[in-house]
Design a protein around this ligand. Structure first.
Ligand SMILES: Cc1cc2nc3c(=O)[nH]c(=O)nc-3n(C[C@H](O)[C@H](O)[C@H](O)COP(=O)(O)O)c2cc1C
Ligand code: SF4
Length: 518
């Protein structure tokens, strides 16, 4: 019997050389006449160990990593297929401290299955949520999602069940489910990992959303920078159609659900839900006024469920194990788990799925291992480019939507970007404002004009041109953007500015014009 050898095909793993390692394994096995079956899996999310090779052992999968293509021959020499030790031996992967402590619900199959193999998905509890949903009334599905406490993982943290209830109650011949897979936040990759690594869980979540709300057609709005995810989704969708999990009479039921992927050209604002709808309709992505809510008048003017990838991918386990199971994780009004993405200057970067309540300090040190540079962490930006810069004094903050809002920050999509003590926070603040100017859709004045003026004010401040006056002006401008912007791009751009000014004021001292405009 062939021995199974698992190597990730995740984009990050590939960027780190996993394909070359896989090729080297095949070549060496052929040369030695070893019978192996190479399985290209998703990634565990422990990127510092990629390329990671796993083989089946008596007590679970045994890991070797990070492996270079040139080390593959020595693994065979050491007899790694039959329990031989090697300098890159890691032991049982599930027992690695950083994985063992995690609570993987949404990412339960990460690194384990072949992403596009439907039988592998079914063997690992896949489609159990849908099977349950098909036996329930639409109202009960919505109630289960509501009772689970699931809130949108795309950034706004709106209760998913309430959104679904609004769409379900709307009268219309056609309703839609639109999955927001634009994933534009800095340092984030959990949507990408779901779509590349476990596409059926998203398809299952969207199908359940359709059944619960009466929507018969779904779109995944995917950023074009994710070609691996695009391929995986299309392959999985085609198989789901062939096997009766999409299309007419899903699994022999009365329900129909059609699904396709639409590519976005890659504009940050197209992740904002109403811009996304415009873009999906083939228009330039621009923010729409609300009301009407997209739940009542969304895609092509019809009631539309808009949810983030991780939100929808969290639904199957809720329908499989029940609302209480999911709700038992977390704290306060932040229920369940969050796939946190550690990025920037961090030693052990990657994906950590934990129940809400875990502190930043635990994430940064226990999981992240501190900075990659070995220098002290000075600041982290949580929640993407519009998130606040958080100083060391607040690292005991638990991951909780309300706790972050209280500190004028946001959990957002769970991305954490780490900076060491060499960071220039004034330069970061300038960058955040410049980003807002570049990505502004231009519909409202505070954001379109304010962001450009904001950069100019910061430049004058740093150039020493009446710095006190410029700082007052900057604070005033931030307040105007906060109060007067139509959407959260302009409305939250002040968060990084104000947090940098408040917590890292010493960095705003005047410097030469040359460094000021870096
Ligand atoms: C500027 C801006 C960018 C956004 N980008 C994304 C994104 O890339 N992905 C996403 O899911 N939500 C994004 N959102 C949030 C969406 O508007 C919306 O709240 C979300 O898709 C709803 O899904 P959820 O309830 O499942 O989170 C963005 C919001 C703003 C204001
Ligand atoms: S805040 Fe910016 S991105 Fe949002 S609507 Fe106004 S101009 Fe457009």
């Amino acid at each position: 019997m062939s021995i199974k050898v698992y190597v990730s095909r995740d984009a990050t793993a590939q960027a780190l050389g996993s394909r070359r390692v896989a090729d080297a394994i095949t070549a060496e096995a052929n040369r030695l006449g070893e019978s192996i079956k190479l399985v290209r899996t998703s990634s565990r999310g422990m990127f510092w160990l990629e390329p990671l090779i796993e083989i089946d052992g008596p007590d679970g999968r045994i890991g070797f990593g990070p492996v270079k293509p040139g080390e593959v021959a020595s693994l065979f020499e050491a007899g790694f297929l039959s329990g031989g030790q090697h300098a890159k031996s890691l032991g049982l992967v599930e027992q690695l401290p950083s994985l063992k402590k995690q609570e993987r619900l949404t990412f339960a199959r990460a690194g384990i299955t072949d992403p596009v193999d439907l039988d592998d998905y079914l063997a690992q509890d896949g489609y159990r949520g849908l099977e349950n949903a098909l036996k329930m009334s639409a109202e009960d599905i919505v109630k289960t999602v509501t009772d689970s406490g699931l809130r949108g993982r795309g950034g706004a943290a709106f209760p998913t069940g309430i959104k679904w209830k609004t769409v379900a109650a709307a009268e219309a011949e056609q309703k839609y489910v639109a999955c927001n897979a634009d994933e534009g936040d800095s340092g984030t990759f959990s949507d990408r990992m779901v779509m590349e690594g476990d596409p059926y869980v998203l398809i299952e979540g969207m199908t359940i959303a359709g059944i619960a709300t009466g929507a018969t057609r779904g779109y995944i709005y995917l950023r074009c920078e994710y070609p691996h995810a695009h391929r995986a989704l299309n392959a999985a969708i085609a198989t789901a159609y062939q096997r009766g999990y999409l299309g007419e009479k899903i699994r022999g039921s009365k329900y129909r659900f059609d699904l396709e992927v639409r590519l976005g050209a890659g504009a940050y604002i197209c992740g904002e839900e109403t811009s996304m709808l415009d873009s999906l309709e083939g228009k330039r992505g621009q923010v729409r006024y609300k009301p009407p809510l997209p739940a009542l008048k969304g895609l092509f003017g019809k009631p539309t469920v808009i949810n983030n990838v991780v939100t929808l991918a969290s639904v199957p386990i809720i329908l499989d194990k029940g609302a209480t199971f999911y709700k038992d994780y977390g704290i306060g009004r932040s229920r369940g788990t969050l796939p946190i993405q550690l990025a920037g200057n961090i030693k052990y970067g990657g994906l950590v799925e934990k129940a809400f309540g875990v502190t930043l300090r635990e994430l940064l040190y226990d999981y992240g291992g501190g900075t990659r540079s070995g220098r002290p962490i000075r600041a982290v930006q949580v929640g993407g480019p519009l998130g606040a810069y958080i100083p060391e004094s607040q690292f005991d903050l638990p991951l909780d939507y309300e706790a972050f809002i209280e500190k004028r920050g946001m959990v957002g999509h769970g991305g954490i970007v780490v900076f060491d003590d060499t960071v220039d926070m004034a330069a970061q603040a300038r960058y955040a404002m410049e980003f807002c100017g570049i990505e502004s859709c231009g519909k409202c004045t505070p954001c379109r004009i304010g962001s450009v003026r904001g950069v100019e004010v910061i430049d004058r401040l740093l150039a020493g041109d009446q710095p006190g006056k410029q700082e007052a002006l900057l604070r005033d401008l931030c307040q105007t953007m906060l109060d007067g912007s139509l959407c959260a791009l302009g409305g939250m751009a002040p968060f990084p500015e104000m947090s940098a000014l408040n917590h890292f004021h010493e960095d705003f001292r005047p410097r030469t014009a040359e460094t000021a405009t870096r």
